[in-house]
Design a protein around this ligand. Structure first.
Ligand SMILES: C[S@@+](CC[C@H](N)C(=O)[O-])C[C@H]1O[C@@H](n2cnc3c(N)ncnc32)[C@H](O)[C@@H]1O
Length: 196
């Protein structure tokens, strides 16, 4: 059997990286200003993070007094996220789940966010993800997304693409070029408003 070469795409491949130092490549420990602003500007009471990994950003949200659910399909990452939970009063709920099928969740969230998960998905996965985020967000709520321009799934992501692919369910209200990782990579922040 030939070995697949390229970025990880399955939960098994991500599990391997989370079991080793492999995941450090995307582990920028700084809390993005954009996420801090989501808290101060939108003042959410509850929130969901798609592709939460070891849960740094969900934990930050919980420390701000927000009820947060973090979802990732890597059980190794979710185990680590659970172990990292600190003593903040509100603890994140970490769930092993696929962002393209979140049927077990029926909450209506005030905001949602994703730092590096959407860009892992192929076209079919993207469509299902968008349906799920739409279903789980309150009308008018914001989905904050950070994604690489050159996505690991080989789809070129840019404001035009994001506006079109989210188009039936979300309006792209703002986008901003970003080089957030320590090793510079072209990427964007996107603010998507769920259509009412
Ligand atoms: C680049 S990592 C980012 C992790 C975290 N947001 C961070 O910045 O540290 C992408 C994450 O998305 C998760 N992921 C990718 N595809 C997924 C899917 N279909 N369902 C759930 N999680 C997924 C991976 O397991 C991984 O934890």
């Amino acid at each position: 059997m030939s070995k697949k070469i390229g970025p990880p795409s399955t939960n098994v491949e991500f599990d391997k990286l989370y079991s080793s130092v492999g995941h450090w490549i995307w582990s920028d420990v700084r809390i993005p200003r954009e996420l801090k602003e989501l808290v101060t500007i939108n003042k959410p009471k509850n929130s969901i993070e798609l592709g939460c990994g070891i849960g740094r950003f969900s934990s930050y949200m919980a420390e701000q007094g927000i009820n947060v659910t973090g979802v990732d399909f890597s059980s190794v990452a979710i185990d680590k996220a659970k172990k990292r939970i600190n003593n903040s009063e509100l603890k994140p709920t970490f769930i092993v789940g696929d962002v393209t099928n979140l049927k077990g969740l029926n909450n209506q969230f005030d905001v949602s966010f994703d730092v590096g998960c959407f860009h892992c998905l192929n076209e079919e996965g993207q469509k299902k993800y968008i349906e799920e985020v739409y279903r789980l967000l309150k009308p008018g709520a914001i989905h904050l997304l950070w994604a690489l321009d050159n996505s690991p799934s080989n789809i070129k992501l840019n404001p035009n693409y994001i506006s079109n692919v989210f188009g039936s369910h979300f309006q792209l209200t703002k986008s901003k070029f970003s080089g957030r990782r320590i090793i510079f990579v072209a990427s964007h922040w996107y603010w998507l408003t769920r259509i009412k």
